[in-house]
Design a protein around this ligand. Sequence first.
Ligand code: 5AD
Ligand code: SF4
Length: 429
Amino acid sequence: MNFSDSEIVGSIMANNGYETTKDIKEADVIFVNTCSVRDHAEQRVRKRLQEFKSLKKKNPGLVIGILGCMAERLKTKLLEEEEYVDLIIGPDAYRELPMLMETVETGQKAINVLLSDEETYADIKPVRLGSNGVSAFISIMRGCENFCAYCIVPFTRGKERSRDPKTIIEEAKNLFNQGYREVTLLGQNVNSYRWNHNDELINFAQLLEKVASVNPQLRIRFATSHPKDISDDLLHAIANNHNICKAIHLPFQSGSNHILNMMKRKYTREWYMERIEAIRNIIPGCGLSTDIISGFCSETEKDHQETLSLMKWVGYDYAFMFKYSERPNTIAAKKYQDDIPDDVKGRRLQEVINLQQELSHKSNLRDIGKTFEVLTEGISRKSNDFLFGRNSQNKVVVFPQKDYKPGDYVQVTITDCTSATLLGDVAES
Ligand code: 5AD
Ligand code: SF4
């Protein structure tokens, strides 16, 4: 989401005469788009800010702005704590950037952290930052109202709102015409996408099909889904459209019902397992990935074992794994004790990571001998003689260079793998 927001900010600034530079020493303005989801993310921003502070010493005219969730969470406090920062702007106020820049130019500090119930930046054409020219993100909704007990997002990104489907489809068409071949529809909880205006009612499954009909050569991905409302309708939409990728990111967070209940995730382990079975039945061979938190408040060894056993049962291809980090003002911070010692959190997280590595490797080994349609993204990092791309299941596939270009679809038969990558040969046609 942050990446997509940076592209919106880039566009607003470009319309006001600014351009992006890759050389930070050349910059007149530095914006840091921040994440507050874990304390570690905030600490990294603080370190980065120290680097910018020394740049500002050399160039006092340099404008430094903090954007996004940290701006929203800390508001004026950030201006007090980081005195060389000129501008603070929350995720729903980016349209005000040119005005705030004018204030900064008069030598004052500027801040706007108002959240909105309506802002979706629907009409803004994002600039594509650091793009490979093949895949791009499209933001389809903003905010979240799920209030999972550990999570700061509902506080920093505000109410849930969906973007006008016409503007989403237009953006997908424009991207396709520019040569892009893959779009990822983004939102905190895409399954609750809902557009209801003047008798037009569109849910996420319908939106996906509309985007898929832009062109059969355009691949569609989406993130993130919440297990509580991943419907059979959505699964059928994925199964019925070749260009909707067969990969679902479905965070389970914990395998223990006791912890899921405390996390206020609104589903049980059994519900989650039933949804995975539905995915397996409706979309055979679907790629599966997840998010896991280790060491949430009161988590016992037994709870932790239940997380490991659920991971094994599903056999994820990939996982994002985190140590629980208490965030101010969340339900967990107000009601529960952050009572798992850091070394125990660390050990459990390591066990989760080790298991996932095994599962990823096993999943890749099962693909040896299979042939996949791979969308070429570029030259392999390890050798100019090889290209890389992804299959529909979202696995990275490396294969020999044979005059293919980024954006080409290639049939690749898998011959070998590591735990992170599939290696293959171009299939004989
Ligand atoms: N501590 C650790 N991980 C967190 N996440 C969200 N909040 C926290 C937190 N306080 C993780 C969840 C979520 C992902 C985006 O970040 O796993 O799915
Ligand atoms: Fe956070 Fe839960 Fe919303 Fe995801 S669904 S952003 S974890 S509150």
